[in-house]
Design a protein around this ligand. Structure first.
Ligand code: HEC
Ligand code: HEC
Length: 276
């Protein structure tokens, strides 16, 4: 490694193990969430899985515990307006065809899933309705309208356990996601697993490393004061290790999303979560 690279690596080198989490039990508006559960059988190196909420500071944790305090709900309300807004050449709104957004309860727990041989995420399903059924422009993957709508649909499943299919049609996508998770990339030559499996619970600079779970997405980050998509977060992590990120909505990130969702089987959906 060059001198410069070593310097970069020192910047993100892992410090001492952090103190115990501030709080261990999460209930949101009185409903208890599962933030810790036995790891699914396919995870060979981890016994227990934890929601990212468990690794945040008391102040950040508190923001997620009450919907009035959770800044993400501003965007959920925006999506409620979008739900009724006519857009596109067909002259339809979401509500023209879908009676009640609450009918989507459970959907978040099962995504991504395979439809007709293709791995699809929540964003794909929404854009399919926009382009095919509304004759409207697709929404950009991580832009405001899309993250607001994925939050509104996701929150209908809040408290339900993550439960993606990884067998049958989904198996090849899952295998691909697993391979990506363990592949070292970038100038720092690191894999997702090096941080989120080998070192969760440690401090990295001022940040408490979690297992990199996706059960709380889209997530409101205090850092950028907006909702962040799953693929947007993957992109950020790849940039941090000086790797060229894959494309949002591309095959690699979709496969990675399925694999990560499967590493969170049994954790409650916490959409929309709050992180730093
Ligand atoms: C012209 C009618 C129509 C409009 C308008 C429409 N949808 Fe759909 N949507 C459907 C149909 C039909 C399906 C597929 C059958 C089903 O699962 O309900 C579907 C499926 C979906 C699904 C997947 C549901 C599942 O369980 O797999 C989501 C999510 C969704 N729509 C969201 C939206 C959103 C958000 C909008 C507005 C931006 C919208 N739809 C607009 C008709 C519509
Ligand atoms: C150099 C260490 C490092 C690597 C390598 C890394 N991340 Fe992260 N990641 C972080 C840090 C730091 C955070 C913010 C604190 C936390 O939740 O761990 C984070 C957060 C996340 C989160 C959000 C978790 C939550 O609860 O909101 C996800 C998802 C994630 N990473 C996925 C990935 C994926 C996928 C890869 C591989 C492409 C990856 N990360 C590689 C350091 C890393």
């Amino acid at each position: 490694m060059t001198k410069k690279l070593w310097a970069t690596f020192a910047l993100i080198s892992l410090g001492t193990s952090a103190a115990a989490q501030d709080s261990n039990s999460l209930s949101i508006d009185g409903e208890a969430m599962v933030t810790e559960v036995a790891a699914p059988a396919h995870m060979e190196n981890v016994d227990t899985i934890y929601s990212g909420w468990r690794f945040r500071s008391a102040e950040t944790q508190a923001l997620e515990m009450d919907d009035f305090d959770n800044p993400a709900f501003v965007f959920v309300e925006q999506a409620e307006d979008l739900w009724d807004k006519v857009d596109g050449a067909a002259g339809k709104a979401c509500s023209s065809c879908h009676e009640d957004v609450a009918d989507f309860a459970g959907l978040r727990t099962q995504l991504p899933r395979v439809d007709d041989g293709e791995l699809v995420t929540m964003e794909n399903l929404i854009n399919e309705c926009r382009t095919e059924r509304m004759e409207a422009e697709p929404w950009k993957w991580s832009k405001g309208n899309m993250t607001a709508m994925t939050a509104l649909i996701g929150v209908q499943s809040r408290g339900m356990p993550m439960n993606v299919a990884i067998d049958g049609d989904a198996a090849p996508f899952w295998e691909k996601g697993k391979e990506l998770y363990y592949t070292r990339v970038g100038q720092l030559d690191m894999a997702c697993s090096n941080c989120h499996e080998d070192n969760y619970g440690m401090m990295i600079r001022a940040d408490h490393l979690s297992q990199g779970q996706v059960n709380g997405f889209p997530t409101y980050r205090l850092k950028n004061a907006k909702l962040n998509s799953i693929h947007g977060r993957f992109k950020g992590c790849m940039k941090n290790i000086r790797a060229t990120p894959f494309k949002e909505g591309g095959d690699e990130f979709k496969a990675l999303e399925l694999y990560l969702a499967s590493r969170g089987q049994g954790l409650s959906v916490e959409t929309p979560s709050v992180r730093n």
